[in-house]
Design a protein around this ligand. Structure first.
Ligand SMILES: Nc1ncnc2c1ncn2[C@@H]1O[C@H](COP(=O)(O)OP(=O)(O)O)[C@@H](O)[C@H]1O
Ligand SMILES: [Mg+2]
Length: 254
């Protein structure tokens, strides 16, 4: 049965999608069967793996709002062992459309169950807000991974995020745990980075990944070629970091 991990942070631009795509790619590279679910209407995780949203007939929206199954919409990606449940622009409407539906927080959970045995890892890239889509992502998962950008305001909003995770755990998904925080865009020459790192340690004792993702332009360039860093530049510091992060995650398997 797959480990199901949601990548969450209501702040935009902190490295959720970059982490979802490249972590998923390296988990697959380490021989795991991986499904990446793109739950952001922007579709950056889908396009970052070479999937053109505009050519798709169906996406994750159709599993939530009508009755298509995961198997109807899953696409293979350009990374061996990595499949994608892509986003399409109509996913933006799901936030509003789902609001009056019964069990609206469990829509994704229910469709994910049906493919859980087909993968070792299911990674869910959530949008940058604490909206119903993100709640669906959390409820469908058992572990939440929180990318934190190494910047001055990094910790702002984290209490709200943690209380949302707590609320979801108490009221909807008792199995949900915080897997940990991963520092992204880390610049070791910057004194601030070390300070943020130390502060984050107080926030998440024992729950920070040892692997830190450096700021690396190759990571920012790769999506415009529709490639993960594994295929774009596997020797770059960014690639090495995501490779280590995947290894660290695998080492936490029980
Ligand atoms: N480690 C990194 N080094 C350099 N650029 C990065 C890094 N991580 C992400 N980026 C870039 O920062 C921007 C925001 O990252 P993204 O993963 O899309 O964040 P989010 O999904 O949280 O909104 C993107 O342009 C991305 O390419
Ligand atoms: Mg994103």
């Amino acid at each position: 049965m797959a480990r199901i991990i949601s990548i969450v942070n209501q702040k935009g631009g902190v490295g959720k999608t970059t982490t979802a795509v490249n972590l998923a790619a390296y988990l697959a590279h380490h021989g795991k069967f991986v499904l990446l679910i793109d739950l952001d209407p922007q579709g950056n995780a889908s396009s970052g793996l070479g999937i053109n949203m505009r050519e798709l007939e169906y996406g994750i929206y159709d599993t939530l709002a009508s009755n298509l199954t995961m198997k109807d919409i899953i696409q293979s990606s350009n990374v061996d062992g990595l499949s994608v449940a892509p986003s399409t622009p109509d996913l933006a409407g799901a936030r509003v459309e789902l609001v009056d539906q019964e069990m609206r927080e469990f829509k994704l959970h229910n469709v994910v169950l049906e493919v859980r045995n087909d993968y070792d890892y299911i990674i869910i890239d959530c949008p940058p807000s604490l909206c119903l889509l993100t709640v669906n992502g959390m409820v469908a998962s058992e572990e939440a991974l929180i990318p934190v950008q190494t910047e001055y305001y990094a910790l702002e909003g984290l209490s709200q995020l943690l209380s949302t995770v707590d609320l979801v755990k108490k009221s909807l998904k008792p199995e949900l745990e915080i897997l940990g925080a991963v520092m992204t865009m880390y610049d070791e020459r910057n004194k601030l980075s070390k300070e943020v790192f130390n502060e984050l340690y107080q926030f998440f004792p024992n729950k920070i990944f040892r692997t830190v993702i450096p700021r690396n332009t190759r990571l920012a360039e790769a999506p415009s070629f529709g490639k993960s860093i594994l295929h774009y530049d596997k020797r770059s510091p960014g690639a090495k970091a995501y490779k280590r992060l995947a290894q660290e995650l695998i080492s936490l398997e029980n």
